[in-house]
Design a protein around this ligand. Sequence first.
Ligand SMILES: Cc1cc2nc3c(=O)[nH]c(=O)nc-3n(C[C@H](O)[C@H](O)[C@H](O)COP(=O)(O)O)c2cc1C
Length: 319
Amino acid sequence: MNWKTRITDLLNITYPIIQGGLAHLAYADLAAAVSNAGGLGQITAMSLPNPEALQKEIQKVKQMTDRPFGVNFAIGQHGRLYEQMVEVAIAEKVPAISVTGGNPKGVLDMVKEHPIKKLVLVAARRQAEKAEKLGADAVMVVGQEGGGHLGRADTGTIVLTPQVADHVSIPVVASGGIIDGKGLMAALSLGAEGVELGTRFIATKECVHAHETYKQAILDADEHATVIIKKTLGTPARALRNSWTDQILQLEAEGKAFEELREYIDGHANKQYIHKGNADSGFGWAGQGAAGIQDIPSVQDLIHSMISEAEEIRNKWSL
Ligand SMILES: Cc1cc2nc3c(=O)[nH]c(=O)nc-3n(C[C@H](O)[C@H](O)[C@H](O)COP(=O)(O)O)c2cc1C
């Protein structure tokens, strides 16, 4: 089957599958594995301490693959450090960037004159229309099933994707809850031309920074296993439910402000769980799709099984 879409053309990849930015998890090993398997792998800039570290990580990816890859910028919480990080991405001539967590204008303006493909994450139709006007080459629509930070409107992927696809002319990538070939075919049916996966890529062999406890929790997850925290702060995000997220939700219910929640929701608490496996003293982001994840394959095997499942579905319905 031919997997050519405007997303594969734009990014020069074989399959319309993008690995989402994954804070403190998406480094060179994972990104290169996804790109080598025919998708677009990404490293997450803001998980790295400084621009020099980003430059090294980009160079590492280049040594591990000659395929296109991307660098993800979550610009919200890091002051203006991201600008220096973007300068590094430009100097290293990375094939693609993705932007989330705030107004993408600054980043899009910085890379405008460079041959870098610009993907913007959105969670609402109006954000998508704005991203298109600002010069994005594609938008990635994240529905509320997804892991990590979400839109404020609780809109699911199945509603959001066609809402956006019908109102922008640039290609759309669907994200949130997609873990397999079924999700890929559903996304294409909804008007998307590619998919972005986050949680599914954590449970792979090449996601070497994810602790076994975290991966096992994803395997053990059922449809009740995730919760949305930080809603009261205006920055909702989906995590695996554990005693730590129960405490966060309790504090939120008591009306606690950011300062009182900070130590529960910061990068340190996140790393306690995802790097060290201390599930009682930290949290790990994951999407509802975790309920359908049963194995820890190599990235290559995962992408192959997604594609063959999608092809089986297509053949079934074309009879
Ligand atoms: C552990 C984790 C960390 C994430 N960190 C980032 C990030 O740094 N930047 C970003 O743009 N998105 C981030 N996301 C969101 C993903 O890129 C992606 O949009 C989301 O995981 C899609 O939903 P899914 O998990 O159901 O596949 C993160 C998601 C997870 C699960």
